[in-house]
Design a protein around this ligand. Sequence first.
Ligand code: KG4
Ligand code: ZN
Length: 414
Amino acid sequence: MLMLRKTAGAIPKPPKSKVYGFLRRFIVHPRTLSCHKLVLGIETSCDDTGAAVVDETGNVLGEALHSQTQVHLKTGGIVPPVAQQLHRENIQRIVEETLSASRITPSDLSAIATTIKPGLALSLGVGLSFSLQLVNRFKKPFIPIHHMEAHALTIRLTNKVEFPFLVLLISGGHCLLALVQGVSDFLLLGKSLDIAPGDMLDKVARRLSLIKHPECSTMSGGKAIEHLAKDGNRFHFTINPPMQNAKNCDFSFTGLQHITDKLITHKEKEEGIEKGQILSSAADIAAAVQHATACHLAKRTHRAILFCKQKNLLSPANAVLVVSGGVASNLYIRKALEIVANATQCTLLCPPPRLCTDNGIMIAWNGIERLRAGLGVLHDVEDIRYEPKCPLGVDISREVAEAAIKVPRLKMAL
Ligand code: KG4
Ligand code: ZN
């Protein structure tokens, strides 16, 4: 699970010589460019160092991404100081590669947009500190970005989607259901009461020692579970989805993790193998836990759609459901959500997998959206701080629970 610091913090300073050494390499000169506005987006909220330049029509001029997944797979989870160090080692190169791929210099930019919330304090600090150096040196406006808002709006870069739409954000650090009414206008319908689905799948994958599996050794936990589940039979084990009687849109995943953990311990005894070896029934367990996860996500999302339609928050006939975040790249989970979308006359849209996971493009695009709407574009960055914890939008989950909507049973023939 991601360890988030409770309070907003001071910005750790990267070595100055390093940053300025990089900035000096850009010779500031007037040049003719496309008349489009350009935003540089920088993402360092968790374990990916990402940057991209996007123009106001949604063209990606250049991008670069450094993923720390392989390092954290070996340590069995994200160690924040290690993530911070890796961001420090890579941010300069990533921004440099992005700008040169975009064939621009920082002076060509209309603004710099950077994730400042929520996320790991040590990671957020690296991106913010680096961005502010650029902002001050090149006298550019700064656009602070909410990581989850950026995930939610990515779909407007790839598809023509008007407000309002419903979004399910599922990753290693988050699980949120929200109604997106505008660029910075979100209603939170539900969230995970404990861990995120990606975090749970990562833990199950670790408990199954999938890193030792020849086909899964370089995959994230969630991806490894999906891969293995294809060869498994979900009917061999019964893992029930949680919160069946709670008529709200909240989620819970620790129960699933503990049940699966117990099941693995039981099977290890039965098969007479040590913890750390791969069970012969690993694929069946992966299939069962993936199915329970898909059903849980589907049921809460189904209720959220019904709530929004009942309250006229979504068009009755033309509603859009967007699913994003790392776990949204799971095709089995997408299928479950497709069943819900079909049953409720919704259109299900997911960004392509590389835009579901953390990246610089979504941050740059959120910068463009904010620039176009004139929202949160700062010319004075004196008081700017990162915020490790930050809710998304206005929380109406109590109202959702009070509506106590009964969700009709759907046949999850996956
Ligand atoms: O959005 P993301 O890149 O980072 C944050 O957590 O913010 O999501 C990473 C999470 C990890 O927990 C990973 O195991 C999960 O997404 N994930 C998947 C799949 N690919 C990545 N979970 C299920 N199925 C997948 N195919
Ligand atoms: Zn994310």
